[in-house]
Design a protein around this ligand. Structure first.
Ligand SMILES: Cc1cc2nc3c(=O)[nH]c(=O)nc-3n(C[C@H](O)[C@H](O)[C@H](O)COP(=O)(O)OP(=O)(O)OC[C@H]3O[C@@H](n4cnc5c(N)ncnc54)[C@H](O)[C@@H]3O)c2cc1C
Length: 441
């Protein structure tokens, strides 16, 4: 193959699709992005809530997110970063506890001093492990129980695992908690000291706008409201992709950034074996109400919930991170995420049903707020969010190359030793694309 410019169709206009398009267009290739939504951004999209615009799903940038920071600098937003020391809270036995430094950690009531030592040791051990593949062979529950003991597992780890994975924690490998701890450790300057979290003024709304503009300036074409339903080889050696509206387009190369299951559903002519392999990658979804309140509810960006009666599995108080005056007209923004299976019946609930369930618990948890303080309640849902890191995940993961010549699948399931975040997504886009382009030379 020669390195002369080719035509590329990219399915999905999230961060993955746009990063691929950016790198391809920088090499002179002609790229078209197909996005089913009415604007690009995917999970990082923003929306309007009571007159203010912010992300549909909460996003924070860590100091260690070097890929994200580089991309943001490239699109001219380097001066818009803000870094903030944030605090973490825990809700246990009907009370809120700060867990932002060592002293607070030692005062935390659910576990005794010996247990605290085991918990600290577990985190320390996880932060030192480099051979994560070994952890892919062990269930996370077994690994944590063996290191931290039964009590710490029941009182601390289990609620945290259930918060992110629901009952799927039973199928998850220890690599999951390892990568979570690695990311959190990297966010702190050192050990259990202060957390430095960041954001870009204007949020992902401005990041997406600048990225899209940068891509358009480089000649990338966006086809919005274009849900792709098939990819097929043509007689003249190209790949044809078709939208729900029946429009057809042909390219030298096509990359699907959709989940493995969604991607193989597009491509009928793939082998049964690769269809099965892709279908075996299970994803989790999220229901994430955003609430605008007239007052703040806590000083914590994240409040982890140990008690098990709330429908949401954590409270994210965005305005403990972002400047409420500058960004949200003085309003307070709180997210109430619940991570669930893509086929969970909660996805069928109406917003008013979810409002009753979620706000009812929020008022119980924070008795100082009531319906009078609620200025906006809206629900964001995504059935496909992150791939479950099951046993031997990286070994069983399908490759990006498919049996359909020049059709590639590059998605967030390819994050094999990290948690789902924008930084890892960019990393996958860049390294995997590098592998494809490498075959050109
Ligand atoms: C609740 C939540 C909190 C998060 N918090 C953070 C955080 O704090 N920090 C961080 O860095 N990251 C965070 N993330 C992760 C981050 O949002 C993702 O890593 C990133 O957005 C993934 O991008 P993607 O392009 O792979 O997927 P997506 O954003 O899902 O993009 C896929 C795109 O494909 C489109 N599409 C689907 N089907 C079709 C079709 N048939 N045809 C055409 N287009 C189609 C979709 O509309 C979508 O735009 C969070 C995510 C969630 C959900």
């Amino acid at each position: 193959m020669t390195d002369k410019p080719k035509t590329w169709g990219i399915i999905g206009g999230g961060i993955m699709g746009m990063t691929l398009a950016l790198r391809l267009s920088q090499k002179g290739h002609k790229v078209t992005i197909f996005e089913s939504g009415d604007k690009p951004g995917g999970l990082t999209r923003s929306w309007k809530m009571d007159g203010v615009v912010w992300d549909r799903f909460y996003h924070v940038i860590l100091m260690s997110d070097l890929n994200t920071r580089r991309l943001i600098e490239e699109i001219g937003l380097e001066k818009e970063f803000k870094w903030v020391e944030t605090k973490t809270g825990f809700y246990y036995g009907g009370s809120l506890y700060s867990m932002s430094n060592l002293i607070e950690f030692f005062k935390f009531p659910p576990i005794n001093l010996v247990d605290k030592f085991r918990l600290g040791l577990t985190i320390f051990i996880a932060s030192r492990i480099t051979n994560w593949r070994r952890l892919e062979k062990i269930y996370v529950a077994d690994w944590l129980q063996s290191l931290s003991g039964e009590r710490v597992f029941e009182k601390i780890w289990l609620p945290l695992l259930k918060a992110k994975l629901g009952d799927n924690y039973k199928k998850t490998s220890a690599a999951f908690i390892w990568s979570t701890i690695q990311r959190m450790y990297a966010a702190r300057k050192s050990g259990l000291k202060k957390e430095m979290f960041g954001y870009v003024r204007g949020g992902y709304d401005i990041i997406n706008k600048m990225l899209v503009q940068n891509l358009i300036d480089r000649g990338v074409v966006f086809k919005l409201n274009s849900n792709i339903n098939s990819v097929q080889p043509t007689d003249n050696g190209l790949l044809s992709i078709k939208t729900d509206g029946g429009d057809k387009y042909s390219y030298d190369y096509v990359i699907s950034t959709l989940s493995p299951l969604q991607s193989v559903k597009l491509a009928d002519s793939l082998t049964q074996e690769e269809k099965e392999k892709n279908k075996n990658v299970k994803y989790l979804g999220v229901i994430c109400p955003s609430v605008i309140l007239s007052k703040a509810i806590s000083p914590y960006y994240v409040t982890n919930i140990i008690d098990d009666w709330t429908p949401f599995t954590g409270v994210i108080e965005m305005t403990a991170l972002i400047d409420r005056k500058e960004e949200l007209n003085g309003k307070n923004l709180v997210y109430l995420p619940k991570y669930i299976d893509p086929d969970d019946s909660l996805f069928e609930s109406s917003d008013s049903e979810l409002r009753e369930i979620f706000l009812g618990s929020l008022f119980k948890m924070y008795p100082e707020i009531s319906e009078d303080d609620v200025q906006f309640f809206g629900v964001s849902k995504a059935r496909i969010v992150f791939a479950l890191p099951t046993i031997d995940y990286s070994k069983n993961l399908p490759g990006i190359k498919t049996s359909m010549k020049n059709f590639y699948i590059i998605n967030s399931a390819q994050i094999i030793n990290g948690t789902l975040n924008v930084n890892e997504t960019i990393q996958v886009a860049e390294t995997r694309l590098g592998e494809i382009l490498g075959t050109f030379e």
